[in-house]
Write a protein that binds this ligand. Structure first.
Ligand code: ATP
Ligand code: PRP
Ligand code: MG
Length: 386
């Protein structure tokens, strides 16, 4: 289950708590990465991605970047919908949209990597992308804040994978790969990847010396069989693509565990009017939804002499006694012209991980009574944050 591991906004003060050094490590100004010196001109030409100004640009609207394409796009809209935030696009070919429930917020559809770049350049204030994209394109920039780091979709890992066959047949760990005599300065381990920041950083941190990287986009898994590379660094989810291409992951080879995250620009949060409040609003809705998604209501009808007696029976069970509740309500029926309540409907709220045990214990109690139904359903909206 998605545990919401980090919420970085402190709502009672205007400050942002210190955070996140592991996922987004050392500071690094991303605009340096896009600075190109053009040798044929007398003076160098600087190419930056987005806004060239150092300060946030003049605008009054708060901007949220959402993935425009790929598997994250639909899932992100679905999540927002579950949080009662409907993204209204005037037409599907337009890149700007609004969320009527939040005023002064513009939604911009962008490629995930461009969302990260534009957060850094100050052209977006908030964004939803995979942690892998934040880490790769954010390159440790301290301006990027993970406001929510577990949105519970887009789960995958960035992994090093090698062939199952040939010289790699008996290699099953990063250590064994590093110790292979084949890798020399003249013939290094050749790795194909789209993650040209995280890949080399990982190899360096793990002491692999003779390694070269080639950048590639898509269908990376074919590179070893084509003789273009010895290994790959790519996203893995089910593992099917690796398996079908005769590749394997190795012990110690996971570079990053990723899922969708809500990212903000620290500068925007501190300096741009409205960003903090809107972030708070979105975060509360996300939290309410994600917490509720882990909770189930269990309803059972039981026979008893009184509501108190039924409640006592239920609370005598260890798994059920710690829960708030139960709610016990009489179920009325008319018998021989008289209205009576022989049955009681009990409702308890159970976390997903306690569901099986709770249902088992309810069944045990239920055996003492006549029963009609036992219904479990996911709670869709929590009415308030705990
Ligand atoms: N196989 C996967 N399973 C689950 N999530 C994934 C998987 N591959 C990628 N992701 C997540 O979805 C994000 C977007 O991936 P997606 O493949 O949709 O876009 P892309 O790779 O940038 O574009 P494209 O595949 O069209 O070139 C990734 O950054 C990652 O967070
Ligand atoms: O472990 P699996 O479930 O098989 O998923 C892994 C594959 O998914 C991604 O590719 P994608 O489908 O995005 O295609 P791409 O290579 O064109 O990006 C990733 O690059 C892997 O190739
Ligand atoms: Mg892809």
């Amino acid at each position: 289950m998605p545990v919401v591991r980090t919420i970085f906004l402190q709502f009672h003060s205007a400050s942002i708590s210190p955070f996140l050094s592991s996922a987004i490590p050392a500071s690094n100004n991303i605009s340096e990465k896009f600075t190109v010196s053009c040798c044929s001109l007398a003076s160098p030409v600087t190419v930056v991605n987005g806004n060239v100004e150092k300060m946030p640009s003049e605008r009054n609207e708060v901007r949220l970047g959402l993935p425009s394409k790929g598997r994250m796009a639909t899932d992100t809209l679905d999540l927002l919908k579950d949080c009662q935030l409907s993204v209204k696009q005037v037409n599907p070919r337009q890149y700007v949209a609004e969320i009527p429930q939040i005023s002064n917020l513009e939604v911009w559809f962008q490629r995930p990597k461009d969302i990260v770049r534009k957060l850094v350049s100050g052209d977006l204030d908030l964004g939803i992308v995979g942690l892998d994209t934040v880490s790769e394109y954010g390159q440790g920039n301290k301006d990027l804040i993970l406001v929510h780091e577990a949105l519970d979709y887009g789960d995958c890992r960035l992994s090093l994978a090698i062939p199952k066959y040939g010289i790699f047949e008996n290699i099953n760990s990063l250590q064994e790969l590093a110790q292979m005599p084949q890798w020399t300065p003249e013939r290094p381990l050749r790795v194909a990847t789209g993650f040209t920041y995280l890949g080399p950083k990982f190899m360096k941190e793990n002491g692999l010396k003779h390694v070269t990287f080639s950048s590639a986009d898509g269908a990376l898994e074919a590179a070893p069989a084509m003789g273009i590379a010895d290994a790959i660094v790519d996203l893995v989810s089910s593992g099917t693509t690796l398996r079908e291409n005769n590749l394997k992951e190795i012990e110690g080879g996971v570079i990053l565990e990723s899922q969708a995250v809500l990212v903000a620009s620290r500068k925007s949060l501190n300096q741009r009017k409205g960003v903090f409040d809107i972030t708070h609003e979105i975060l509360e809705r996300l939290e309410a939804h994600l917490r509720a998604a882990d909770q189930f209501t269990v309803t059972a009808n039981m026979r008893g002499n009184s509501a108190e007696e039924v409640a006592e029976r239920i609370l005598s069970q260890t798994s059920l006694s710690g829960l708030q509740g139960p709610t016990v309500s009489p179920v009325f029926c008319k018998r021989d012209g008289r209205v009576t309540a022989d049955y009681y409907a009990i409702v308890i709220c159970v976390p997903k991980k306690a569901l099986y045990k709770s249902v088992q214990q309810l069944r045990a109690v239920r055996n003492l009574f006549l029963y009609t139904t036992l219904v479990c359903s996911r709670i869709h909206v929590y009415d308030r944050l705990i």
